[in-house]
Write a protein that binds this ligand. Sequence first.
Ligand SMILES: N[C@@H](CCC(=O)N[C@@H](CS)C(=O)NCC(=O)O)C(=O)O
Length: 215
Amino acid sequence: MTLTIWGRRTSSNVQALMWCVGELGLAHLRHDIGHVHGGNDTPEFLAMNPNGLVPVLQDGDDEPIWETGAILRYLAARYGPDSFWPTDPARRARVDKWAEWAKLNVALGFTGPVFWQVVRTAPSQQDPRAIAEALARLACLLKIAEGQLADREYLAGDDFTLADIQFGHVLYRYFDIDIARPAWPAIERYYAALVRRPAFAEHVMVSYEPLRVTE
Ligand SMILES: N[C@@H](CCC(=O)N[C@@H](CS)C(=O)NCC(=O)O)C(=O)O
């Protein structure tokens, strides 16, 4: 079995995928593609993913997979323990519910409106009011996660699951960039536990300085 991954280390979606690969201990080969590395607009890459986006994963000679959520579920189903993405439909739905919620709300609500504005936009072009509004919307979402994590170890229960990958990978940048943050006792406890996971430290706590736009 050889997993091949196309995608740069600085991509948040690649980080989610690589964190999963690390957690599951899967042998792999990763190619730096996208942003300064380029390579995602070639006919060969577009034949794998017509969107020209990373990550893409290929397992052996199987058809390449794109969309991080689909890739994570493939890896979980093929290589993960049952606790990570359960086969029982009700237990799986509990994980999927939080994974979808995290991807569609938290990750998308943070990456474009906050991270891009604060890090990937020149300071002279930043709109502090838009950033403050985005942070207020994000806080409403994080309040839900705060309640969920107040009495359980992980987002979907007491097991580490695919939902933690979709939610937790956002937290490194959320806690590291220069923004105002309310106190989140439960999320902070959860994040401190994630930081102690070797795969999180290796694949998610990656410098985003190469992405910074200064002028
Ligand atoms: N919905 C896609 C989004 C993928 C995406 O937006 N990837 C970004 C990096 S996070 C990308 O390829 N950007 C172009 C580039 O890196 O050159 C997914 O979840 O995989």
